[in-house]
Design a protein around this ligand. Structure first.
Ligand SMILES: *[C@@H]1O[C@H](CO)[C@@H](O)[C@H](O)[C@H]1NC(C)=O
Ligand SMILES: *[C@@H]1O[C@H](CO)[C@@H](O)[C@H](O)[C@H]1NC(C)=O
Ligand SMILES: *[C@@H]1O[C@H](CO)[C@@H](O)[C@H](O)[C@H]1NC(C)=O
Ligand SMILES: *[C@@H]1O[C@H](CO)[C@@H](O)[C@H](O)[C@H]1NC(C)=O
Ligand SMILES: *[C@@H]1O[C@H](CO)[C@@H](O)[C@H](O)[C@H]1NC(C)=O
Ligand SMILES: *[C@@H]1O[C@H](CO)[C@@H](O)[C@H](O)[C@H]1NC(C)=O
Ligand SMILES: *[C@@H]1O[C@H](CO)[C@@H](O)[C@H](O)[C@H]1NC(C)=O
Ligand SMILES: *[C@@H]1O[C@H](CO)[C@@H](O)[C@H](O)[C@H]1NC(C)=O
Ligand SMILES: *[C@@H]1O[C@H](CO)[C@@H](O)[C@H](O)[C@H]1NC(C)=O
Ligand SMILES: *[C@@H]1O[C@H](CO)[C@@H](O)[C@H](O)[C@H]1NC(C)=O
Ligand SMILES: *[C@@H]1O[C@H](CO)[C@@H](O)[C@H](O)[C@H]1NC(C)=O
Length: 358
C-alpha cells in the first residue's frame, strides 16, 4: 500500500563483484517431498536483535528461537552481534531440479540500499545473489530498483534426502580461510558428501562467501505424507511447534527421533490426542526391552474455525532388544532382531479426530 515515491533509480554496484551468479541448490524431490523446512545460516553484517532477524525473514520470534535451541523466554530484543551466526528456518519448495525459499522472505528496498548486490551483502549476508533476486522477481533490469519496492529474496534450499537419510539442508556461507574438510567436521558430515552435493570435484575450488549446501542429520519422524507438515525436519538441538501451534517437537542427538508432545498454554487447541492404552502424544510405555511411544503422526485443517485434526501412532523402539554388547541379559526375546538399528514397527495407526469442541 505504498504511494508511488519519486522514482529514485538506484544503481547496482558491480565494482569488485566476486559472488557466484547463482546460489541454487540441487533438489530433485517431487510430489509431497518437494516442500520441506530448511535452514539458512544468517550472519548479520551489523549488530542486530532476534526480533529484527525474525522480521527480516518473516518468521515468528518463537520459530527463530526454536531453530537455535533458545528458550522461548529469550527476549526478542536480545542482542545479536555482527558476524555471529543465527539459523533461520525457511519453507523450501523444489521445482525443476532446484530448491528455493517458497516466495519468502519479501524485502522492501530502503533508503541507503545502494543496489541489489548491496542488499545481498549488507542485508542478507550473501545467502543469495543479485542475479537470483533479479530472476526471481523478473526484473527487466537488475540495475534499476526503487526505494519502497518489494522484492522476493529467494534463498537456496533443498528437500532431498542424502544417501537415503532425512537431513535438514543448511545454506552455509563459506567464511574466508575455511576448507571443505573443516566445514564437514564442523557440521558432522564428510567432505565427499559436501563436494557431491555442491557439484564440486576439487576441494581447493571452495570460494569465500560461496553458499554451500550442508546436510544436517535430522530427527526421523512418523509424520504421514498426507499431513500438512510432512517435511518438517529438525536438526539436533532444535525444536518447533506445528499443528497450528498445538504440538511441540524437539530433536536431540541422543536418539535422533522427533520427540513431540502437546504444547502447553495453547487455548485454541483440542484437549487431548491419545493412543490406545490411554497414552497421550509423547507418552511412552515400556514392556521388557521394548519402548512404545505414542508418536505424533501429523495434522490436517478441519472446517471448524479452530479445527485441527491431529493424528498419533504407536511406534516401537527395540534398540535395547539387540543382542550386541550392552543389552541387558535375558532381554533378547528370541525375535532375532539384530543390534543397533532402531526399528520402528508401526503396530497400528490410530487417527484421532479433534475438532476442538470442548
Ligand atoms: C538430480 O537430477 C539431476 C538431473 O536429472 C542429476 O544429474 C542429479 O544427479 C540428481 N541429483 C540427485 C542428488 O539425485
Ligand atoms: C518479536 O518480538 C518483538 C518484541 O517483542 C515484537 O516487536 C515483534 O513483533 C515480534 N516479531 C514477530 C514476528 O512476532
Ligand atoms: C556491537 O556489539 C558489540 C558487543 O556485542 C560491541 O562491542 C560493539 O561495539 C557493537 N558495535 C556497534 C557498531 O554498535
Ligand atoms: C519449470 O520449468 C518449466 C518448463 O521449463 C516452466 O514452465 C516452469 O515455470 C518452471 N517452474 C518453476 C517453478 O520454475
Ligand atoms: C551497502 O550500503 C551500506 C549503506 O547502506 C554501506 O554501509 C555498505 O558498505 C554497502 N555495502 C556494499 C557491499 O556496498
Ligand atoms: C559478503 O561477501 C562480500 C564479498 O562479496 C564480503 O565482503 C562480505 O564480507 C560478505 N559478508 C558476509 C556476511 O559474508
Ligand atoms: C504415502 O504413504 C503411503 C503409506 O503410508 C504410501 O502408500 C503412499 O504411496 C505415499 N504417497 C506418496 C505420494 O508418497
Ligand atoms: C547436538 O547438540 C548438542 C547441543 O546442542 C551438542 O552438544 C552435541 O554435540 C550435538 N551432537 C551432534 C552429534 O551434533
Ligand atoms: C502423558 O502425556 C501427558 C500430556 O502431554 C502428560 O501430561 C503426562 O504427564 C504424560 N504422562 C506420562 C506418564 O508421561
Ligand atoms: C490451517 O489453519 C490455520 C489456522 O488455524 C491457518 O493459519 C493455516 O494457514 C491453515 N493451513 C492450510 C494449509 O490451510
Ligand atoms: C481427520 O483426518 C482424517 C484423514 O486423515 C479424515 O478422514 C477425517 O475426516 C478428518 N476429521 C475431521 C473432523 O476433519
Amino acid at each position: 500500500m505504498r504511494t508511488a515515491p519519486p522514482p529514485l533509480v538506484l544503481l547496482l554496484l558491480v565494482h569488485g563483484l566476486a559472488s557466484a551468479a547463482s546460489a541454487a541448490f540441487t533438489c530433485n524431490a517431487t510430489g509431497v517431498a518437494a516442500t520441506c523446512r530448511a535452514l539458512v545460516g544468517f550472519k548479520p553484517a551489523q549488530n542486530t536483535t532476534y526480533g529484527a532477524i525474525a522480521s527480516l525473514f518473516q518468521v515468528s520470534n518463537a520459530t527463530l528461537f526454536g531453530a537455535n535451541g533458545l528458550f522461548l523466554s529469550t527476549p526478542a530484543d536480545g542482542a545479536v552481534a555482527a558476524g555471529s551466526t543465527v539459523r533461520v528456518p525457511t519453507p523450501c519448495r523444489c521445482a525443476n531440479g532446484t530448491g528455493r525459499s517458497d516466495r519468502t522472505p519479501f524485502y522492501t528496498v530502503q533508503d541507503g540500499d545502494v543496489g541489489l548486490y548491496n542488499i545481498t551483502v549488507a542485508r542478507f549476508s550473501n545467502l543469495t545473489t543479485y542475479q537470483d533476486i533479479g530472476a526471481a522477481n523478473q526484473l527487466p533490469d537488475v540495475n534499476k530498483i526503487q526505494v519502497g519496492q518489494s522484492l522476493w529474496i529467494p534463498l537456496p534450499c533443498s528437500c532431498d534426502d542424502v544417501d537415503g537419510a532425512e537431513v535438514v539442508h543448511l545454506a552455509h556461507v563459506v567464511a574466508p580461510g575455511s576448507s571443505v574438510e573443516g566445514i564437514a567436521t564442523e557440521f558432522g558430515t564428510d567432505a565427499s558428501t559436501l563436494l557431491r552435493l555442491n557439484g564440486m570435484t576439487d576441494p581447493k575450488a571452495l570460494q569465500a562467501y560461496q553458499v554451500l549446501d550442508v546436510p544436517l542429520h535430522a530427527c526421523s519422524s512418523s509424520i504421514a505424507n498426507n499431513s500438512l507438515d510432512y517435511g518438517l525436519r529438525l536438526a539436533n538441538g532444535s525444536y518447533a511447534t506445528t499443528a497450528n501451534g498445538c504440538i511441540t517437537c524437539s530433536c536431540s542427538a541422543t536418539t535422533y527421533r522427533l520427540d513431540c508432545h502437546q504444547s502447553v498454554g495453547q487455548s485454541q487447541c483440542p484437549a487431548a490426542a491419545t493412543c490406545p492404552g490411554n497414552l497421550f502424544i509423547g507418552n511412552t510405555s515400556t514392556s521388557g526391552c521394548e519402548v512404545q511411544t505414542c508418536s505424533y503422526a501429523g495434522y490436517t485443517n478441519t472446517s471448524t474455525p479452530t479445527g485441527t485434526n491431529i493424528s498419533a501412532t504407536i511406534t516401537t523402539d527395540r534398540t535395547n532388544c539387540g543382542n550386541n554388547g550392552g543389552s541387558p541379559p535375558g532381554s533378547d526375546g528370541g525375535l532375532g532382531l539384530r543390534g543397533f538399528m532402531w526399528s520402528a514397527a508401526f503396530v497400528f495407526l490410530h487417527m484421532i479426530w479433534l475438532s476442538s469442541l470442548q
